[in-house]
Design a protein around this ligand. Structure first.
Ligand SMILES: Nc1ncnc2c1ncn2[C@@H]1O[C@H](COP(=O)(O)OP(=O)(O)OP(=O)(O)O)[C@@H](O)[C@H]1O
Length: 233
């Protein structure tokens, strides 16, 4: 079952200056796709196009009817004057989550990300990694049909990374689709079913690692090897 369809002919931040050209892909339920590419390749721009934040788009983004998405940003965003728990309550009420289900899931996630002791604290006094964990707890709380996750691995401690990977796997097994933008290729290689490789605003390769390997004619190539070949032009 397809959850997301993206067909971008052209997209950018201002008229006449296109950043993306011919970027098309779809995501099935339970599929995790790695969005990879060098700095400036256009990964964040693809994410913005999906979220509807981009002004100039020729093409279309279609989320399956009745499906909901959750966006987990690379840079934490939060309200200065709300505690961790108040953030979670706000997110749950916006999504209409029943109170009992909310409390059980929220407390469980806070425990797993080792934030339970800080649940009544203001996140503005947190470290960057702790703020990032709040983004994960909020994202996983809502259990959307599609997760759009922007570079989640940088700055996380090893235990939080392990928890994040476990949760992504649980959510994928539940049937959620995941679009994951990252530079951490050895992790992406292990957890993603498919990849979208961007270079200079274009899609230069797409599909499973096996398919990418076949395209470069090296059956044991790592994702990094494929990345090198496709982005060296
Ligand atoms: N707000 C903006 N206004 C105009 N141009 C932008 C804006 N944000 C990004 N760009 C341009 O779009 C291009 C793609 O940038 P984008 O941030 O999508 O790359 P990225 O693949 O996410 O890179 P990175 O790995 O460094 O995060 C770059 O040329 C960049 O200069």
């Amino acid at each position: 079952m397809e959850i997301l369809q993206v067909k971008l002919e052209r997209a950018g931040y201002s008229r006449g200056r296109e950043i993306l050209r011919d970027v098309s892909f779809s995501l099935r339920a339970g599929e995790m796709m790695g969005l990879i590419g060098p700095n400036g390749a256009g990964k964040s721009t693809v994410i913005k196009a999906i979220l509807g934040f981009l002004k100039h788009v020729v093409g279309r983004v279609h989320l399956r009817e009745a499906c909901r998405y959750g966006y987990i940003p690379e840079h934490p965003v939060f309200y200065e004057d709300l505690t961790v728990w108040e953030h979670l309550e706000l997110a749950a009420s916006v999504w209409g989550m029943p109170r009992a289900a909310f409390e059980e899931r929220a407390l469980g996630l806070l425990e797993r990300f080792q934030l339970r002791g800080e649940m009544h604290h203001l996140p503005r006094a947190f470290s960057k990694g702790m703020q990032q964990k709040l983004m994960f707890v909020t994202g996983f709380l809502l259990q959307p049909d599609l997760y759009v996750v922007d570079e989640p691995f940088i700055g996380l401690d090893p235990r939080a990374t392990k928890t994040l990977l476990q949760l992504l796997e649980e959510e994928r097994r539940r049937g959620a689709a995941v679009l994951l933008s990252t530079h951490v290729l050895d992790t992406a290689e292990k957890i993603c079913d498919s990849f979208l490789l961007l270079h200079q605003g274009r899609c230069v390769a797409r599909g499973s690692l096996m398919r990418l390997r076949r395209q470069i004619g090296r059956e044991n190539a790592s994702l990094m090897d494929c990345f090198d070949v496709f982005t060296s032009a």
